[in-house]
Design a protein around this ligand. Structure first.
Ligand SMILES: [Zn+2]
Length: 135
């Protein structure tokens, strides 16, 4: 089992694959998700921009769709790395990603970010307490 620092390192390494020719802001994500049998697997994602700006997708959602498309629909933990020195690393998941992740988030899902040199771990439900839901 990977600890939060290790998970963050995977997210940081994934930044190299980001396609961000427009913003120049490369983001990486690392997501641990479980399938129906409870088996866990690590998925990575990066932001993928597009000349039609509205078609851009964030790193967290890239990782999320990779996981769901392979049957891993119970999200346990995600780390997001933007490679800045700003407080909280300035890569809090955006509103769209919070809603998207919420669909598959376990109740105790964690979100690992960085603040300066320190890894900071949030509870996902702390960041997104009241999602839109049809359930
Ligand atoms: Zn986002």
């Amino acid at each position: 089992m990977m600890n939060f620092t290790e998970l963050y390192s995977v997210a940081e390494a994934e930044r190299k694959n980001a396609y961000a020719p427009y913003s120049g802001f490369k983001v990486g994500a690392a997501l641990i998700a479980a399938n129906e049998k409870g088996e866990e697997k690590l998925f990575t994602g990066c932001n993928v921009e597009n000349s039609s700006y509205g078609a851009c997708i964030c790193a967290e959602r890239t990782a999320a769709v990779k996981a769901v498309s392979e049957g891993y629909m119970k999200f346990r933990s995600v780390a997001v790395a933007g490679g800045t020195d700003k407080p909280r690393d300035n890569v809090m998941p955006c509103g769209i990603c919070r809603q998207f992740l919420s669909e598959f988030a376990s109740d105790d899902m964690s979100v690992t970010l960085k603040n300066g040199d320190s890894v900071v771990v949030w509870g996902f439900r702390e960041l997104f307490a009241e999602p839109f839901t049809l359930k």
